[in-house]
Design a protein around this ligand. Sequence first.
Ligand code: PGA
Length: 248
Amino acid sequence: MAQKIVAGNWKMNLDLEQALQLAKSLNDKTKETEVRVILFPSALFVHAISELSNGKYEVGVQNFYCKDSGAFTGEISISQVKSVGGNIVLIGHSERREYFNESNAFLKEKVDKAIEQGMDFIFCCGENREVRLQGKEFDFVFEQLNESLFHLSADQISGGIIAYEPIWAIGTGETATSAQAEEMHAKIRHWLIEIYGEQVANSVSILYGGSCNAQNAKELFACSNIDGGLIGGAALKVEDFSSIIESF
Ligand code: PGA
């Protein structure tokens, strides 16, 4: 069975004091749960936030570079992430694709580096509004997955995590309806079944992201192919994030 996951992507928000305060409040507020809770703070704060964890959350980074070390000014390697207590990375967030020109081919390199280093990752995909209006969202998302992820072997993808985040829903307050989200999630599951077989496909967690909040999480998470959420804005408020975790 796929793990149930709620991940908070804090993006480029909060200073150290605010980030520590949020992590502390989550420690206090989050009840013992089967749900895997993951925080993605600024990389600068990963060490401090992982030290603070009382086991209720894991910590990861929003970005890394696909080389082991060397002259890559400003970049972060996976071994550096591990050395500060990070155990998971985001790959392919639409903001990285859009503002930092991360292509499907480049993201494939990141996927391969994470696999090589035994690092868990959440692979993000999702179409923009224009693509959806043209009715091409399934082709678009399939291409993203096919060019960056579906070269993995069944063993490598087993237990992996994909996040479907329609760009038109990210940070806009316009959530995909649970029917729209479930439709895409079911497609992704179907592709996984076709390529890897049912058992492996069912071990992959497929998260929804895009204006997921305390009000709509319950309905989204009740869909049979939605295994959790990747949360942006609502992850910055302890009450909202805790209540999203409790939505399962
Ligand atoms: P949002 O962001 O919840 O603020 O829409 C989601 C994301 O970008 O991961």
